[in-house]
Write a protein that binds this ligand. Structure first.
Ligand code: GLN
Length: 199
C-alpha cells in the first residue's frame, strides 16, 4: 500500500483523504515534520493558500516540505495546493510565500469571486480520451510555465489549469469533488515508482 499524507493545516482535507483511501492508499493527515517523514507522497488540498502557508510556517512545516519536494517526493496540489507548488505567485497577499517546486507563474483568484465558480470539461491527453470534469472554486490560473514544467490541461480559451513537473502535479480545480479519480491514481503511481526506486 502506498503511504501518503494529506497536508491537514486547512482546506478540503477529508475529501482527498477519503478518495485516496478508496484508491487503496494508506493515508495519514500530516501536520508535523515527523508525520511528513513517515509518508512517501503528499497531497496539498484546496482551501486558502495564504492560510496554509502561514500555518505551515507556524507548525515548522515549510522547510521540511521544501526539502521533501527537493528530494523528489511526489506531491499533488489542487487549487490552493497548486498556488503553494508554484515558484512564483501573482496576487499573493500578506507576504504570502509558496513551497515552490513547479517552474510556473500562478495567479490567485484568477477566475473572480466565489459566486463565479464553474464546472468545465477538459481533455487531458495523458489521462486518456474521457474528458475530465473539473470544478473551479475561486481557483488560480497558470499564467506561464518555464522550461522545466509541462502543461497538462488548458481551458478552451487557452488558460492553463494543470501542470506537471517531474513528480509534482498541480491543478487549478478540484477533482476530488467531481468523482474524478485519475489525477489521484497518477499521483499514487508516482508514489509507487519513487518508493520502488528508493527500495
Ligand atoms: N482562492 C484560494 C487561494 O488563494 C484557492 C481556492 C481553492 O483552493 N478552492 O488560495
Amino acid at each position: 500500500k502506498p503511504k501518503v499524507g494529506v497536508l491537514a493545516l486547512q482546506g478540503d482535507v477529508r475529501e482527498h483523504a477519503a478518495l485516496l483511501a478508496e484508491l487503496g492508499a494508506d493515508v495519514t493527515l500530516v501536520r508535523r515534520p515527523e508525520e511528513l517523514a513517515a509518508v512517501d507522497g503528499l497531497v496539498i488540498p484546496g482551501g486558502e493558500s495564504s492560510v496554509i502557508d502561514k500555518l505551515s510556517r507556524i507548525f515548522g512545516m515549510q522547510e521540511p516540505i521544501r526539502a521533501a519536494i527537493a528530494a523528489g517526493m511526489p506531491v499533488l496540489g489542487t487549487c490552493a495546493g497548486l498556488i503553494l507548488l508554484a515558484d512564483t505567485v501573482v496576487d499573493a497577499i500578506d507576504g504570502q510565500e509558496s513551497f515552490g517546486g513547479i517552474d510556473a507563474v500562478v495567479r490567485r483568484n484568477a477566475f473572480g469571486r466565489q459566486v463565479e465558480s464553474f464546472e468545465a470539461e477538459l481533455t487531458v491527453a495523458e489521462l486518456g480520451p474521457d474528458p475530465v470534469k473539473a470544478a473551479f472554486i475561486r481557483g488560480p490560473v497558470v499564467e506561464s510555465v518555464g522550461p522545466a514544467a509541462e502543461v497538462l490541461a488548458a481551458l478552451p480559451d487557452g488558460r492553463v489549469v494543470a501542470v506537471e513537473q517531474g513528480s509534482l502535479l498541480g491543478l487549478s480545480f478540484h477533482p476530488e469533488i467531481t468523482g474524478e479519480t485519475r489525477f489521484h491514481r497518477r499521483f499514487l503511481d508516482r508514489v509507487r515508482a519513487v518508493s520502488a526506486a528508493a527500495a
